[in-house]
Write a protein that binds this ligand. Sequence first.
Ligand SMILES: C[S@@+](CC[C@H](N)C(=O)[O-])C[C@H]1O[C@@H](n2cnc3c(N)ncnc32)[C@H](O)[C@@H]1O
Length: 265
Amino acid sequence: MQTEEYGSRLYGFDQPLERERIALIGEVFDPYTRRRITDLGLLPGRRCLDVGAGPGTVAAWLADQAGPDGEVIALDRDTSLLNEAAHSGVQIWHADVHTATDDELPKPGFDLVHARLTLCHLPQRQEVLSRLVSWLAPGGHLIVSDVINTMAAASPQPAVRTLTQAYDHALLTTLDSDLNYARAYPAPLIDAGLTDVDMAADVPLVRGNSPTARFWELTFTAMRTEIIATGLIDGAGFDAAIAHLTAPRTHELGYTLVSAWGRAA
Ligand SMILES: C[S@@+](CC[C@H](N)C(=O)[O-])C[C@H]1O[C@@H](n2cnc3c(N)ncnc32)[C@H](O)[C@@H]1O
């Protein structure tokens, strides 16, 4: 099965509405990410790496937390949004994480490595996880977050349940992105050699007219053709599901953000 890279066409930063969609990722998920990282006890002066940093909202927040004595590096294969944002205190590492090596860094050993909504999109996700662990300083933390499809079980709307199942299938067959990966958390972190491993789940509610509803509308619509091509849902079903998700009275559980973390020995 021939798949394409995430961002090479689908969800590429040059695609219509992708800038709005990726900004909404921060709006929807940053509050959870900040809370989880804060709970790990991030202190001023730490060295942090954000992998697949996108527009860098998490990296910018990490730079604020780490302060002038800390160091924050944002890695992405497409650094155009990071370059534009030019967040104060954030250094940019333009690299594909599959092939990046810490030889490219001024000094190895991070106190915190973070990757949100990135591992699920990488074909060699377990190898990359091991690479991220190898970049930790002794006692440093890795925290990874990816979504799992809870809407397929929780939505009261059959069209929404079918849409999300078709979306997961389309992601896998088109991009090799696996939204089942985080179901296995935290086992991949234990397998990668981390200690003090734990996890948590956060569920942003989809309310009509909310940033979360708009995020999922844009996320599904960017892959409308591929979703319908699965044969699991037709155009009318797709449109009905989107109309429901964005209706003012909608209140539903969304996809769940699963965060897992652990510490290097
Ligand atoms: C869904 S976005 C998540 C962005 C950001 N982590 C967030 O949560 O706001 C996935 C990001 O991973 C980046 N990415 C995808 N494949 C990559 C790779 N092989 N190496 C580095 N970055 C990659 C994309 O360019 C994109 O910025």
